[in-house]
Design a protein around this ligand. Structure first.
Ligand SMILES: NC(=O)c1ccc[n+]([C@@H]2O[C@H](COP(=O)([O-])OP(=O)(O)OC[C@H]3O[C@@H](n4cnc5c(N)ncnc54)[C@H](O)[C@@H]3O)[C@@H](O)[C@H]2O)c1
Length: 319
């Protein structure tokens, strides 16, 4: 069995990833790293005897070197990152530390210990922004990040690609659209809306709420990563999308419908450098045989139900 080292396993996407892959029969064993044991996702990791979890900083070379020495992973899925755009606008330093320096350390250690594939989990935000009627981004669209978060993710991509060209690192880069699903902290739009609507409080929304995002249920991102890992040639980039786009305001209305309530909205000062629209063309990933399992309606229903059934989660995590 091949061993996969996952970074960022206490975050939103990779705690869902770990839970999903551990419950299913896969030809892999897993080991994971995160710098925190986030209280909201603690229950997802460390509960499985086949899974070793290491708490530490990916930018700490000695720590990561020891994880590689002890665990000898065959594959790396590098998902750890500072990920909250608003925080990157307040202070970019932690984003450079984790997303740039941390990615360089992960790449260096993957090269030193000879892993067979390095999957770098990037984001569609590296493309920048689209106008209302512009065509969706393809993998050939030049990257043009517009905020410190997306710039740091793009820098990570360049580090991975340079290691491929210079040292022969066998890599894959994924660029997924916005995810929604269980276990996301309420600083993000979907859980924030659920929390506010349930409490009969106004949902805070940036600017006019007209910004358009493409939305994918988190489990479908996880299955796409596995499909890409198993079926793609080396040194390629894959967009992961859903084709389901809506404004932030429409998303909040949809959540209100699921909860049988009319949301109140509080328009907040706009985010600096806000991107107007994201949309990816993702037929390259579909050609690998990956299919989306959740329609928008089914995904949102499932997501809202999870937060309603797990009310403790919204209460235990700050905004
Ligand atoms: N959320 C989305 O919609 C989305 C979409 C596309 C791509 N992505 C990418 O997917 C990945 C996961 O995103 P997420 O939404 O789960 O983010 P998240 O913030 O919930 O999780 C990221 C995890 O990385 C960990 N981390 C950060 N810096 C670290 C460091 N220096 N050392 C060790 N661990 C560190 C954090 O503790 C956290 O648990 C990120 O790389 C992000 O850029 C996210």
């Amino acid at each position: 069995m091949k061993k996969i080292l996952v970074t960022g396993s206490c975050g939103f996407i990779f705690s869902n990833f770990m839970r999903k892959v551990m419950r299913e029969k896969t030809p892999y064993t897993f080991v994971s790293v995160d710098k925190v044991i986030a209280p909201y996702n603690l229950y997802n990791v460390g509960l499985n005897r086949d899974h070793a979890f290491y708490m530490g900083d990916i930018a700490d070379e000695a720590f990561i070197n020891n994880v590689f020495l002890l665990e000898k992973p065959d594959i790396v899925i590098h998902g750890a990152a500072e990920s909250f755009v608003d925080a990157s606008i307040q202070s970019a330093g932690p984003f450079i530390h984790s997303n740039v320096v941390g990615t360089q350390v992960m790449v260096d250690m993957a090269l030193r210990h000879g892993v067979e594939r390095f999957v770098y989990v990037s984001t569609d935000e590296v493309y920048g922004q689209l106008g209302k009627d512009e065509p969706s981004w393809t993998e050939e669209t030049p990257i043009n990040p517009r905020n410190p978060y997306s710039a740091s993710k793009a820098a990570g991509e360049l580090i991975v690609r340079a290691a491929g060209e210079t040292h022969g690192l066998q890599y894959t880069i994924t660029r997924c659209c916005n995810n929604y699903g269980p276990g996301q902290p309420p600083r993000n739009l979907v859980p924030r809306a659920i929390k506010s609507i349930l409490a009969d409080e106004p949902v805070p929304i940036h600017g006019s709420g007209k910004y358009i995002r493409e939305w994918l249920y988190v489990d479908d991102h996880c299955t796409a990563i596995l499909a890409i890992l198993e079926k793609s040639p080396y040194n390629e980039i894959y967009n992961i999308g859903s084709g389901i786009s809506c404004s932030n305001l429409d998303m909040v209305q949809k959540i209100g419908t699921c909860l049988n309530k009319t949301p109140k909205i509080e328009f907040m000062k706009d985010r600096l450098g806000q991107d107007f629209r994201y949309s990816v063309e993702f037929s390259k990933t579909q050609k690998l045989g990956w299919k989306i399992a959740h329609t928008f309606d089914a995904g949102i229903e499932k997501c809202v139900k999870w937060y309603v059934d797990n009310g403790w989660f919204l209460q235990s995590t700050g905004m």
